[in-house]
Design a protein around this ligand. Structure first.
Ligand code: UDX
Length: 438
């Protein structure tokens, strides 16, 4: 019998998971309280940009394996329910807000059929799953809860969902594990590592992984600060240390640091939870990781000030990039937009161009100015900032634009542009972690 699956919460994670599960042959229903979003998804319109996902959504809708509803009782017949609702940072602190997880699981447990399994995918503070499992058992003893953290990266969402590098399942018994093995049978056949854990460990795996990734980025950004002070070059340093296989080259890209909907929030939520548990000393270092990350944004503004005689009033700053990373239109905690807003607040006139994220940026930062092309963005600029490393920016020919800017100064906030090329074309070129003489 083919499993029937529901996916509760149709944000980034939920839509991707629902479409991918349908592509594996399961019958899937996506549920969300936002009726407008459900109408869009049912019509095959993806409310955000993710490479390949709108195509997959449409093909699964056409195949009839995927549908959407704003009525949770439409999920009553399903065998497995994936909880993919958001856990944003609370407004008045560092902790994660689990109210959407709590509400959706309790509402679901009241309608779900006996024998079904609820599987949490949302990132939650450790202890949430055990607490909710007890709540569910009070509602219906025949419904179980497991946790199955998600490690997908935006812009690689389909690949990471269909071919994850590991599957972690937090389960309380063999039956829950067996159901999840049926869901992930194709991955098991591919040899994907399968890790069975208890509920708290499965919750911790996710925040530990994201904290480690954040630590790697902030480590290299700390090295960038030292390189600047000592006259070194962080890009050469990163290349050199990365050849040690114990270190590796990935996530050693120095620049304006990490943003997005996961890394900053998960780091903070992890610190807040460990404090509640009395283990705050263990994660004291994450405070520094967060601080180094935010300092990178300040350091790039200092570079701008240095080149413009510490006077930003009335200066035209062209900004290439708005999203928190390339191949995404997500601007949540985007370092690029944070920097743009700070520069504008200091009196500069900013002009921002991004290949995909202008609309979402405009919604979050309506007071900033946006350009429709690289050319429009760079026209009459006193200085250009490269803040999101879209491929389109790496293939810019600097000779083509030197005559349209007022001052040919490029600051590379991502260390991804070819410095020689820009310098040979006559630009003053600066980058974080690389002193001018390098
Ligand atoms: C992250 C995790 O990678 C993923 O496993 C988890 O499920 C969700 O959070 P994502 O938010 O999509 O995924 O972004 P990621 O690719 O990890 O990048 C995070 C941020 O770090 C971006 O702002 C990126 O620009 C920055 N980054 C990444 C660096 O500054 N330097 C690097 O070397 C790598």
């Amino acid at each position: 019998m083919t499993l029937r699956i529901s996916v509760i919460g149709t944000g980034y994670l939920g839509v991707t998971h629902a479409a991918c599960m349908a592509s594996l042959g399961f019958t899937v229903i996506g549920i969300d309280i936002n009726a407008e979003k459900i109408a869009q998804l049912s019509a095959g319109i993806l409310p955000f940009y993710e490479p390949g996902l709108e195509e997959l959504l449409n093909s699964e809708l056409a195949e009839g394996r995927l549908s959407f509803s704003s009525d949770i009782s439409s999920a009553a017949d399903c065998d497995v329910h994936f909880i993919c609702v958001g856990t944003p940072q609370v407004k008045d602190g560092l902790a994660a807000d689990v109210s959407y997880v709590d509400t959706s699981i309790r509402t679901l447990a009241a309608v779900a059929k006996s024998g079904s399994l609820i599987v949490g995918k949302s990132t939650v503070p450790v202890g949430t799953a055990e607490r909710l499992r007890n709540d569910i058992l009070k509602i219906n003893q025949e419904i179980d809860l497991a946790w199955n953290p998600e490690f997908l990266r935006e812009s690689f969402a389909i690949e990471d969902t269909l071919h994850p590098n590991r599957i972690v399942v937090g389960v309380a018994n063999d039956r829950a594990e067996a159901i999840l093995k049926a869901v992930y049978a194709e991955n098991l056949a591919e040899g994907t590592p399968w890790i069975r854990a208890d509920l708290p460990t499965s919750e911790l795996v996710k925040v530990a992984a994201n904290s480690f990734l954040a630590t790697k980025i902030s480590f290299i950004n700390a090295m960038a600060e030292v390189c600047e002070a000592a006259g070194g070059d962080v890009t050469v340093l990163a290349e050199a240390i990365g050849y040690d296989p114990r270190i590796g080259h990935k996530f050693l890209g120095a620049g304006i640091g990490f943003g997005g909907g996961c890394l900053p929030k998960d780091l903070r939520g992890f610190m807040a939870r460990s404090k509640e548990l009395g283990a705050d000393r263990a994660l004291d270092f994450l405070r520094e990781i967060d601080a180094i990350n935010l300092r990178a944004r300040v350091r790039v503004i200092e570079l701008v000030r240095r080149d413009l005689s510490d006077d930003l009033v009335g200066k035209r700053i062209a900004i290439l990039g708005a999203s928190f990373k390339p191949e995404s239109d997500d601007v949540r905690d985007s370092p690029a937009l944070d920097i743009a807003a700070q520069i504008q607040a200091a009196g500069a006139i900013v002009s921002i161009y991004d290949p995909k994220a202008i609309e979402s940026a405009r919604r979050s930062f309506p007071a900033l100015s946006y350009a429709g092309s690289i050319k429009e963005c760079l026209t009459d600029a006193d200085l250009v900032l490269h803040l999101t490393e879209w491929k389109e920016f790496q293939s810019i020919d600097p000779r083509e634009y030197i005559s349209i800017v007022r001052n040919p100064i490029m600051i590379d906030g991502r260390n991804k542009l070819d410095r020689d090329l820009w310098q040979k074309a006559g630009w003053t070129f600066r980058a974080l972690g690389r002193s001018a003489k390098n």
